[in-house]
Ligand binder design. Structure first.
Ligand SMILES: C[S@@+](CC[C@H](N)C(=O)[O-])C[C@H]1O[C@@H](n2cnc3c(N)ncnc32)[C@H](O)[C@@H]1O
Length: 398
């Protein structure tokens, strides 16, 4: 299995496939090919670990082991039983089978997981004379089954906990933006840390913190572990070397990253999360309403995610928030680009800005628009916006 060239699969939110493909090419992935919610690539085991540590937009990275039709119980059992599990599961290790996708024969994914688990257990008992225990929450070896209409695949999940769970933000509570989607927003906006960044509705700070990780060249997975680091057959020295290389690569953020929110609890959450992520010095957090947004240096990037309504039940006031955001951008962000992720696209008209570019992205199941606005005019860094900026922008709306 320590081969140089394996076929690997990284999954992502729909809409981010091309961004993930670019990330994989930059890491040295071969034959990179984007699909729906996933990117296939080739590389060795060291690239698999690097992908877990460094990819910003991936959700998990899989090592496929077998694929083919699995239209009924027998076919799925045969597919799973054909894998050399005795080389992959060490004596005494626990297993778990996770299921994604859909197939007519397995309306209940738990039944399909049970079939694969039985095939693994039977094979290990027949070949080695022992059977692994199942541990759903903390397995040593996580098996990933993807059910498809014509073709299903079985592989190892090298990530375990989704890669979007970087470890700096508590889970649970009202669902904010996922870390991998926030990173995708920044990469789509072309952010590399070489421009000032501002999120004036920062919530728990995900965009600002992901920005700080990018700007400081910090690999997003450095503070967590991955399922593959428990694979007994893997030379764990690869991980030590790679983690050291990635720690040494970090740098201070070259330019300011501003995060603000009207809500005091959001400000505290952002400060806490930035500390946990190790990027507190790079993120300047303050409590502020949109209408009090300070003038931004020309060339800044504003990336933000206004309240959704659908998620937070604030539909009544969303109109006003978008209106206030448009006014704040026209007044304070001349010469800047603003990128807005909107869960309720109809509200974008309230900004009274002309969109320059749009993407369709998914925040979980929610279809969103991610729209760029180029604000004309421009203020000299720290100065007042030129009067022409506002007039020009209002004229160009439509
Ligand atoms: C959808 S949440 C942002 C989630 C964020 N991206 C995260 O990762 O947690 C929108 C945020 O906008 C803030 N907000 C709403 N109206 C605002 C206003 N007028 N001025 C400043 N912040 C506002 C809310 O307090 C909320 O935290």
């Amino acid at each position: 299995m320590n081969e140089r060239s394996l076929t690997l699969v990284a999954t992502c939110s729909r809409g981010l496939e091309q961004v993930l493909a670019e990330e994989l090419k930059a890491l040295g992935g071969g034959e990179v090919e984007a699909g729906r919610g996933m990117v296939r690539f080739r590389g060795g085991i060291d690239l698999l670990l690097r992908a877990n540590l460094e990819l910003r937009t991936a959700i998990r990275v899989l090592l496929p082991l077998a694929g083919g039709p699995a239209g009924d119980r027998q076919a799925l059992y045969a597919l799973a039983a054909g894998v050399a599990w005795e080389e992959l599961v060490g004596r005494g290790q626990t297993i778990a089978v996770d299921v994604a996708g859909r197939a007519a024969a397995f309306r209940d994914g738990r039944f399909a997981a049970l079939v694969v688990k039985d095939a693994i257990v039977d094979r290990l008992r027949a070949r080695l004379g022992w059977r692994p225990d199942v541990n759903r929450s903390d397995a040593d070896v996580r098996v990933h089954l993807h059910l498809g209409v014509d073709e299903s695949s079985i592989g190892l999940d090298s990530s375990g906990e989704p890669l979007s769970h970087r470890g700096y933000r508590p889970r649970g509570g009202p669902a904010p933006l996922s870390e991998s989607l926030a990173a995708g927003l920044l990469l789509l906006a072309g952010y590399t840390g070489e421009a000032p960044l501002c999120d004036p509705m920062c919530g728990t700070g995900t965009i600002a913190i992901e920005g700080a990780l990018l700007a400081t060249r910090t690999a997003p997975g450095l503070r967590r572990s991955f399922a593959m680091e428990r694979w007994g057959w893997l030379d764990q020295r690869i991980g030590h070397r790679l983690r050291q290389e990635l720690w040494d690569r970090r740098r201070p953020a070259p330019l300011p990253i501003l995060a603000s929110d009207a809500d005091e609890a959001a400000v505290r959450a952002t400060q806490r999360n930035a500390r946990e992520a190790g990027v507190a010095p790079a993120v300047k957090v303050s409590r502020r309403r949109l209408r009090d947004m300070p003038d931004l240096p020309s060339g800044s990037l504003v990336v933000t995610n206004p309240p959704y309504g659908v998620r937070l039940g604030e539909q009544g006031t969303l109109d006003e928030v978008y209106l206030e955001l448009g006014q704040a951008l026209r007044r304070a962000a001349g010469g800047c680009s603003a990128w807005i992720l909107a869960g309720a696209p109809v509200l974008l008209a309230r900004l009274r800005l002309r969109p320059a570019h749009r993407f369709v992205l998914y925040n979980g199941p929610l279809e969103c628009r991610y729209v760029r606005y180029d604000l004309h005019g421009g203020s000299p860094p720290g100065g007042r916006p030129r009067p022409g900026g506002l007039a020009e922008e209002e004229n160009s709306w439509g």
